[in-house]
Each structure stands twice: as C-alpha cells, then as structure tokens.
Design a protein around this ligand. Structure first.
Ligand code: AMP
Ligand code: MG
Length: 412
C-alpha cells in the first residue's frame, strides 16, 4: 500500500503551473502574479502637502510661537490637482491644500491650525486666502511635506511573481498606471459523479436510489480554491456514459478531471477501464482512512483523479490530493492550515493515516479535539459538524486522551 506522502508526491509530478494571461486589475483580486511588477515612476510623483495650511520657507518661521507670531505675505492659493504657478520667496507663503503640489521656494507647510487663518476654521470658507497670515509655530524643512517617491520609488520591485493579489496591491498597480496585469490562468476543473444509484437533488427518492452529494461537495471545494469548476453531471455505470462525460471534459479543455466513485473493485466500477481506453490509469490503494482507493491517470493528456464514492472519502481525498494539484496548477503554494490539538478522549485507530472528523474547542490556550461521532466514510454529517480533520499518523493504534496531533483546520 502506498503512503499518503508518496501518493501525493506521485500526483504532484503530473502538474505544472498554468500559463499566464493578461487581465484588468479590476478583476485581479486573489489572482496569482505571473511576473514581478516594477514601478515605472515615483509615487507620489511630486512633493505635496500632507496638511491643509501654508507653504513657507522654514527658515522664515523658525522663531514663530503663539507669543511671537510671524506674519507672511500670502502670494497664492494652491488647491489639490492644480500645478502651482507662484513661487514662495522670503517672507512669503502660499495657501495650500492636502495633496497639492509644493510651490517652488517653499520647503515646509504650516498646518492651518497653527496660523491665525480664522476663515479656514469657519464653516463658510472664503474663496480667497487672506493677504497676510500669522504663523503661530515654527516648522523645520520638510515638515508636512510628502517627498517624491515617499510611497514607492521608480524602479523598485513592488510586487513579486507568485504573489496572490490583495486589495492594497491593486491600488498600488492603479496608482502606477498599470491597467492590466499578467496573472496565472485559473484552472478549469471538470467534475463528474458516477453511479447507477444516483439521482439529482430535485428527483424523488426511489427504492435503492440516493441523491448525488459528491457533485455538489467537490464542485464547491474546487470553487473554494478560486478555480473554475464545471459540473458535468452524473454518469451511469456504463462505458458509453462515462466515455461521453470524459469527452465533454476534453472538449472543454479542462486542466483536471475529477470523478467520484466507480473506481473500487465492484462489478460495475467501469471508470477504470474507460480511462485506460481513452488514456492511461494508475490505481492505488493509499494507506489512509477514509479514502483508500485513489485512481490517477490522464485522459488525452488531461490529468484525471478518480476520488472514492463515499462522500466523506471523496472530500478527504480532495483535501489531500486534488487540492494540492489545483493549487499547483494555479501557481499557489500549497499550505493547508494546520494547527496542533489535544485529543479529548482516547481512541483506537487501525494503523492507517486517519483523518478524523473533530470539533475544536479552545481551552487554556490549547485546542481540544472531540470526535464528531460516527466516523463512517458514508456519513457526511460528520463533516458538517467538523471544525477540522485530526491527523492520526500511520502506525498509531492506541491513542490516549491528551495526545497532541496535527489538525487540519477548516477555514471559518
Ligand atoms: P463506489 O465507489 O461506486 O463503490 O461507491 C461507494 C459508496 O459511495 C456507495 O455507497 C455509493 O452509493 C456512494 N456514492 C457514490 N457516489 C456518490 C455520490 N455522488 N453521492 C453520494 N454517495 C455516493
Ligand atoms: Mg458505484
């Protein structure tokens, strides 16, 4: 029997990062940068005021205080967005707004709160600045001035290839004038359920039939990774039906095909033989519980993962294998969220690597893991109730209460 780690290594060798595409930055959230982004200019591009106030020469007002105000002649008014046409000479000042470009000659800003400009403080501000302004506090060269390149220097690598774009990154790209960005293409994953017993969710139950759950869980797990999912529906346990669905996936140019069920040793498990006829298939028994059977191959060059049919096994196998493959296609580092938890009650394990469904409780700074009850691989309610999967390593059979083990924590 193959170990989980060996099976995962085998699976991952078949996947490469997808190619890049150019997209609008408006669509960039969560996408993976394909190459470094280098800033083409400084941000801010010009020195500007960080306060509403008066642009001055710091040396003129160094000695100013509330008791000894210094009066300056106001030579201009500089709103944000307008390049100044005045220069500030000795004994002069220009009224300036936050974000407005510093005028020539000025080297500091005195915030309006440190002047006698009453108009600034009233609700109905006059359009014109006063002819003179008294400065009540000295400033030093550079005070309240945002220098060129304070935020970003021209030529700097601002975002590195492989970065998963966040809101602030998109703002910086916009600020630098990048309307488009090269990102890794989103993986397209084709999902199908197989089984003669399966009905769709809207169909009435009949004796011997159950409704398809895996189509929904697996499609949602794919989408949860930020990839695109196409659910192809249910294939009956016939060569023709399975072949038809796989051909659809090929025609869609899927990057990965995920099926559930039909890969065990049952008499009607046709998926394996169909894959073999359309491509190639490896079939492993993986030393894990749940999810022992795992089929892996390719259909006309498209990687194929055949997950087990039992709903819990399908989801756990997805978590361990398909997730890693999809993230590799997407160019994302595969770092599942793991923590450590203490087992609340003693359990017995069968020596396989076991993914036990647990609820997690914080106690004295520790995570305490409780079984969600039935651990049947067919009981999907065990995953509904679970906060995570406690990982019991290979070879461990008697696990006493208090044992610290890794736990795969579900997001939120
Ligand atoms: P199989 O791998 O085909 O032997 O299926 C194993 C078990 O999983 C059987 O009990 C199936 O009825 C069940 N099963 C297979 N596919 C699904 C599905 N899509 N939704 C819910 N249960 C399923
Ligand atoms: Mg079956």
């Amino acid at each position: 029997m193959l170990s989980v780690d060996q099976a995962l290594t085998n699976v991952l060798t078949a996947f490469q990062r997808l190619s890049a595409e150019s997209i609008s930055i408006a669509d960039g959230l969560g996408r993976v940068l394909a190459q470094d982004v280098i800033s083409t200019h400084n941000l801010p591009p010009f020195p500007n005021s960080s306060m509403d106030g008066y642009a001055v020469r710091a040396a003129d007002v160094a000695a100013a205080s509330g008791n000894t105000p210094i009066s300056l002649t106001v030579v201009g008014d500089i709103p944000a967005g307008i390049a100044p046409t005045v220069a500030v000479g000795t004994g002069r000042a220009a009224r300036i707004m936050t974000g407005a470009m510093m005028p020539a000659g000025a080297d500091a800003v005195v915030p309006v709160e440190q002047t006698t400009d009453a108009a600034f403080r009233s609700d109905n501000r006059p359009a014109d600045p006063p002819s003179h302004i008294s400065i009540l506090q000295g400033v030093q060269v550079g005070d309240y001035v945002r220098p060129v390149g304070e935020d970003i220097h021209a030529g700097a690598v601002i975002l590195h290839a492989g970065r998963v774009l966040r809101a602030a990154d998109l703002g910086v790209l916009a600020g630098l004038g990048f309307t488009h960005v090269d990102v890794i293409r989103l993986p397209l994953v084709a999902v199908l359920s197989t089984g003669d017993e399966l009905l769709t969710a809207d169909q009435a139950l009949e004796p011997g039939k159950i409704r398809d759950m895996n189509g929904y869980t697996i499609t949602a797990l794919v989408k949860g990774l930020g990839a695109n999912a196409v659910f192809l529906g249910i294939a009956r346990d016939t060569d023709a039906d399975v072949r038809g669905k796989l051909q659809q996936a090929v025609d869609l140019h899927a990057d990965l095909i995920l099926s559930t069920a039909g890969v065990s040793v049952g008499a009607f498990d046709v998926v394996k033989s169909v894959i073999e006829s359309m491509g190639s298939l490896g079939f492993w028994k993986v030393n894990m519980r749940p999810g022992k059977p795992l089929a892996f191959g390719q259909v006309q060059g498209i990687p194929f993962l055949g997950l087990p049919g039992n709903p819990v096994s399908a989801m756990v196998s997805f978590d361990v294998f398909a997730q890693a493959a999809i993230l590799k296609l997407a160019g994302k580092n595969h770092q599942p969220r793991t923590d450590n938890a203490e087992l609340a009650e003693a359990i017995r394990s069968d020596g396989r690597r076991t993914y036990m469904r647990v609820t997690l409780e914080r106690k004295d700074g520790n995570l305490l893991a409780h079984s969600t009850g039935t651990q049947s691989s067919g009981a999907l309610s065990s995953l509904v109730a679970a906060d995570g999967l406690l990982i019991i390593p290979e070879g461990m059979t008697d696990v006493p209460a208090g044992t610290r083990l890794p736990v795969r924590v579900f997001a939120d």
